[in-house]
Design a protein around this ligand. Sequence first.
Ligand SMILES: C[S@@+](CC[C@H](N)C(=O)[O-])C[C@H]1O[C@@H](n2cnc3c(N)ncnc32)[C@H](O)[C@@H]1O
Length: 225
Amino acid sequence: MGKRALERRLSAVADFADPQVELEQYATPADLAAHLVHLADVHHDVAGRTVLDLGTGTGMLAIGAATRSPRRVVGLDRDGTAIEQARENESHVAPETPIEWVVGDATRAPLCRKNLRAKSVDSAESTELTESASSVTVLMNPPFGAQTGNQHADRAFLETTSAIADVSYSIHNEGSLDFVEAFAEDAAADVTHAFRAELPLSRQFEFQREERKVIDVEVFRIEWR
Ligand SMILES: C[S@@+](CC[C@H](N)C(=O)[O-])C[C@H]1O[C@@H](n2cnc3c(N)ncnc32)[C@H](O)[C@@H]1O
């Protein structure tokens, strides 16, 4: 399946029904999600691997990855309502690989490289992720912190990623290049790809004046060691 076909499939993913401003809940658009997943697939970062979508929200990135023959896909969000919606979105798109949905905080233990334990919404059982260190890909569109005055809220997501992934694809707000490169350098990681993209935001919150606003974002592929 090509990028365009994936974008068409992902257009069935419904937006947040009741977005929470403090969690920065806006969906990754289908075209950007398809681009990210396609790029990851071309780099052999999806098929046969564990893919973890941190801050999965509507499930857009996890669902996209689940169409590309991963070994396992986990979508994690701290908001149980979003996870329920992601689950419903999964049933609309019907990706070939079933997704494990987990309610949990992406920025806190026990999410760690060898062992991810968190309760899924419909099970009291722990979800364990015990992978070899070289097979975990993180895809994420984390909160930026720009609107909530919590500058670089994405730092905590990067910290988690550095502990559990060997490669990641992440979306950050415009002007993040220096921050992401410095973070990667400190972690002895390599930013192998960086490109700009546009993120259309429809009016969700009262403080947003325009019906639709397009913001510039930056996307990074990072190899962690
Ligand atoms: C910008 S949205 C991305 C949504 C998602 N990628 C999508 O396309 O629908 C950020 C997401 O991160 C989640 N989130 C915020 N803080 C979190 C945390 N500490 N742990 C897990 N998820 C978090 C929010 O609930 C929201 O769904």
